[in-house]
Ligand binder design. Structure first.
Ligand SMILES: Nc1nc2c(ncn2[C@@H]2O[C@H](COP(=O)(O)O[C@H]3[C@@H](O)[C@H](n4cnc5c(=O)[nH]c(N)nc54)O[C@@H]3COP(=O)(O)O)[C@@H](O)[C@H]2O)c(=O)[nH]1
Length: 891
């Protein structure tokens, strides 16, 4: 629909633009034409005037020159004396010679012919050529004593005739001169240069006849001296003005009754001159110009249309598209408006909904300087203080009419006359738009608050909101003198599931756990996610602490049921720590801390149980904190040391290797085992320097033993997860090996199964590099993780250490026996050796012997011992040197 409207628009725009362009071009053409016409006339006028002025100057100069020269001859003494001599008998000959000499000289200077006549008008002497034929002769009014005629004989010629007088003024003869006027002839010829129809006229009045004149026209040879009426059809001809002594230009008709532009000017001796051109020729000239201009304008027109259709129309189309999306947005906003209404109506009464909308509208109207807002609600009018305040002047008003649940929003707008309502669509749009924006803003605000206070994964309150809730419950329960409980729930072995099955599964499990927890408590209780696999349950207003125990057990039972996620059956337990208000704390922070400590206690207690917070726990938590502080200085105070536990061959009990086990000689406590501080070291990052210290100490010890000539078996070093992930691990081990001069084959690195699962590519790369260096790699605590043996195939692993939890009940638990037997068999099939950990009794050993387990480690042979004690064992081993295998002969 909109497309066809756009196409229609396009056609209209193109038509209107083209017509506008054409009109514009026509108008421009006419304007240019009239301007040019005037310009051309002005140019022609001034051109004709100037040309005529110059021409007239020339003509005058020539004719006057001729007349003046002739007059000068008449006064020549030598001539007049010679003429007088001619009259005396005795010197007539001498006189004729003198006359001849005289006119000969004059002739060469000015004239084409001279004749001297005596007093009786008899020719005495003639020089040069005087014209026999005088065509188109016009007598000029040159003044007294001289008769001048201008005539045509292949050229313009001026003939002057003047009386010769002696020194006493007595007439003695007459001289006639003729002077050719080539310049005047040229002037006639060149008049055509101005234009094809240009013409030059030189006219003299007819003596005794004021109505006529004799005029030289351009085509002289055709007898073009015309006697012309000076006024024709009551209109004076241009030359009439010239003969009247006037100079100027006239747009008038000439003697042929053709429209001309004529410049006129008087010429000396009563002559008048006109230089003219036909007006048609001028018009033609400007028409030519205008044609050229129109040609270019039409070109511009085509360009213009092309630009409109190729550039402007797409631009307009773009604008229309923008308008379209704007309208769509508006539409959305209107939908938004509907949403607001239903949203508000959901929680509130109709009246409140309307009030709220009005509340929102008022500032909008204020902004638009509108004064009054009214709401019609079931015939009631709702007046707000703002309304009263702004009632003045009744500039305008808005009415929200009530249909269903406030109905359609209609805004009426009054200007000047409150009684006249003018519905103003724009205003409705504006309000709809603003409401839409407001709604979006509210939604965003809601989302931000939600994000700030809730856990994104489970939607449960996060730790910040949790604290707030606890504080609220504390206020409430203090007032009611009730107890409340904070349950700190940590999922057991969640990390293993997360690592083995992936984070996506881990996330889904956490969501499912969140739902289970919610199902175990009342609506008014709070279930929150503290982070990771830790959840907090706040039980409001409990009667006694036993209630907390009951809920905890309910939670444990609920968690014990399998979870079905993406066709996987998952099992997870939880450890719960309980802190009860007011006995275990009176604020959120203490209750959370103490429930956390209780949860640790539950973990220690074998997991999948709940524990109440006790003062002893508080004490141990405090101790743990202090221990953490002390550990920082353990390295620099040289408080760390290594114990070594032998690993024996099976079944012959030869020394196969030793495992280095860390101990901390605390200044105030006795020897501390690593299970008390390794986690602390991991959490604080101290494990990196501590781990490096262990590797270096082991290497130095090996070197020392070698230097002392001891038999040195392979020494196993435990790597923690953080250490294994450390990017500098390989670099550090290489450096230590090269610095101590110990060969890599003397070192075995023990890592746990769980370390293999996360970021497999990186793990494979690290293990391959360690293997390439010649280090031996063992998997510690095997069986507690989720890795299958076939999964281990991709890693360069040499030894599996079966976790002692499987060994512990070997004698009594058939399942454990089956598992251990299977592990040994499969490890062998993958060409790995097996070490059984935690061998304490002979029966355990015997079973393992039957399963062809390669090595064993445990209190049965030796607990971890000091350096000097292990050295004794090394020495004994030397004693059985013939039985000792060289390191590296095994895989
Ligand atoms: N990252 C590092 N971890 C280390 C380092 N040194 C030790 N550890 C780890 O600490 C855990 C506890 O170690 P420890 O207290 O030394 O216990 C070891 C043995 O004493 C104990 N063991 C050995 N035989 C038996 C037995 O027959 N019964 C029994 N109850 N316990 C026995 O087992 C621990 C050795 O286990 P494992 O390492 O799995 O071989 C322990 O997990 C160490 O890994 C260190 O330098 N860095």
């Amino acid at each position: 629909m909109l497309r066809s409207v756009i196409n229609q628009y396009n056609r209209k725009i193109l038509l209107i633009s083209s017509l506008t362009l054409i009109m514009l071009i026509l108008f421009t053409s006419l304007s240019v034409y009239s301007v040019m016409q005037r310009q051309i006339e002005a140019i022609a006028t001034s051109g004709l005037e100037v040309a005529l002025e110059n021409t007239v100057k020339h003509i005058q100069k020539q004719i006057m020159h001729s007349v003046t020269n002739t007059r000068a001859i008449s006064t020549r003494i030598f001539l007049t004396q010679s003429l007088e001599k001619f009259y005396s008998d005795h010197s007539q000959k001498e006189g004729i010679e003198g006359i001849a000499q005289s006119i000969e000289r004059i002739l060469s200077t000015y004239f084409s012919g001279i004749e001297i006549y005596d007093i009786d008008d008899q020719l005495i002497l003639s020089a040069g050529n005087l014209s026999k034929h005088r065509k188109l002769a016009v007598e000029l009014n040159t003044g007294s004593g001289i008769n001048t005629i201008l005539f045509w004989n292949h050229d313009f010629i001026v003939r002057n005739s003047i009386q010769l007088v002696n020194e006493y003024g007595k007439p003695i003869g007459r001289v006639i001169t003729e002077e050719r006027m080539p310049n005047l002839t040229r002037i006639f010829t060149e008049a055509t240069l101005i234009g094809n129809t240009s013409d030059f006229l030189l006219c003299a009045p007819v003596k005794g006849n004021n109505h006529e004149m004799d005029c030289f026209l351009r085509n002289f040879d055709d007898n073009q001296l015309k006697r012309i009426q000076r006024i024709m059809n009551n209109q004076p001809l241009p030359v009439h003005f010239a003969l009247e002594g006037q100079t100027g230009v006239k747009f008038t008709k000439d003697y042929r009754q053709i429209e001309v532009v004529a410049a006129h000017s008087p010429v000396v001796y009563d002559l008048g001159a006109v230089l003219k051109i036909n007006k048609d020729e001028l018009n033609n000239y400007s028409t030519d110009q205008i044609r050229t201009i129109i040609f270019y304008l039409i070109l511009i027109l085509f360009f213009g249309i092309a630009i409109i259709s190729w550039l402007t129309l797409p631009l307009i189309q773009k604008l229309i598209n923008q308008k379209e999306s704007y309208l769509n947005e508006r539409l959305k906003e209107n939908t938004c408006l509907q949403k607001i209404r239903s949203y508000l109506a959901l929680d509130q009464s109709t009246e409140d909904t309307c009030k709220n909308i009005l509340k929102f509208l008022l500032p909008v109207f204020e902004f638009q300087e509108m004064a009054v807002a009214k709401i019609k609600l079931e015939d009631k009018q709702y007046f707000t203080p703002k309304y009263q305040e702004n009632l003045s002047n009744c500039i305008s008003s808005a009415i929200i009419s009530n249909g269903q649940q406030c109905g359609l929003l209609q805004v009426a707008y009054i200007r000047n006359f409150p009684s006249t309502l003018t519905y103003q669509q724009n205003l409705v749009d504006t309000i709809a738009h603003d409401l839409g924006r407001w709604y979006e803003g509210k939604e965003a605000e809601k989302r931000i608050i939600e994000m700030a206070t809730h856990d994104a994964l489970t939607g449960l309150p996060n730790r910040y909101l949790l604290r707030d809730r606890i504080e609220q419950v504390l206020v409430h329960d203090t007032r009611l003198q009730k107890q409340m409980a904070v349950l700190f729930i940590d999922l057991d072995h969640f990390k293993t599931i997360n690592d083995s099955l992936g984070h996506e599964m881990g996330d889904l499990l956490l969501k499912a756990v969140a739902n289970r927890l919610k199902s175990c408590v009342r609506n008014e209780d709070t279930v929150a996610r503290q982070g990771g696999d830790e959840f907090i349950v706040v039980l409001n207003s409990i009667a006694e602490s036993l209630d907390a125990a009951k809920v905890s057990q309910k939670i444990l039972d609920s968690l014990a049921l399998p979870f079905y996620i993406h066709n996987n059956e998952l099992h997870i337990d939880g450890s719960i720590g309980i802190a009860v208000f007011p006995d275990d704390g009176v604020n959120a922070e203490t209750l959370l801390k103490n429930s956390d400590n209780a949860m640790y206690h539950a973990k220690k207690n074998g997991r999948n149980n709940y524990q109440f917070f006790t003062d002893e726990l508080n004490k141990s938590a405090y101790e743990r904190h202090i221990l953490g502080l002390d550990l920082r200085y353990a390295l620099e105070r040289n408080e760390l040391l290594l114990y070594y536990q032998p690993v024996m061959d099976m079944p012959n009990h030869n020394l196969y290797g030793v495992e280095a086990l860390l101990r901390w000689r605390h200044p105030e406590q006795k020897l501390i085992t690593p299970d008390k501080f390794i986690n602390l070291a991991e959490e604080t990052g101290l494990i990196i320097p501590i781990g490096e210290w262990v590797i270096r100490t082991v290497c130095m010890q090996i070197k020392a033993w070698q230097d002392q000539g001891f038999y040195v078996p392979r020494v196993a070093i435990n790597l923690s997860a953080r250490q294994f992930r450390d990017k500098d691990l390989i670099k550090n081990i290489s450096r230590i090996l090269s610095e101590t001069g110990v060969k890599a084959k003397y070192i075995a690195l023990e890592i746990t199964e769980s370390m293999l699962i996360d970021n497999i590519e990186k793990v494979v790369e690290t293990l391959n590099r360690l293997d390439a260096m010649g280090l031996h790699i063992s998997i510690d605590d095997f069986g507690t993780g989720y890795s299958s043996l076939s999964y281990l195939k991709q890693f360069p692993i040499h030894t599996l250490k079966i976790d002692r939890s499987f060994v512990r009940d070997l004698v009594t638990d058939k399942n454990d026996r089956t598992i251990v037997a299977a592990i040994i068999a499969m490890a062998h099939s993958l060409e790995m050796e097996v070490i059984a950990e935690g061998i304490e009794i002979e029966e355990q050993l015997n079973f393992l012997v039957t399963q062809k387990c390669n090595h064993y480690q445990g209190y049965y042979f030796s607990k971890p011992v000091t350096v000097s004690e292990i050295e004794l064992m090394l020495m004994n081993s030397v004693a059985q040197s013939n039985k000792i295998r060289a390191i590296g002969s095994a895989k």
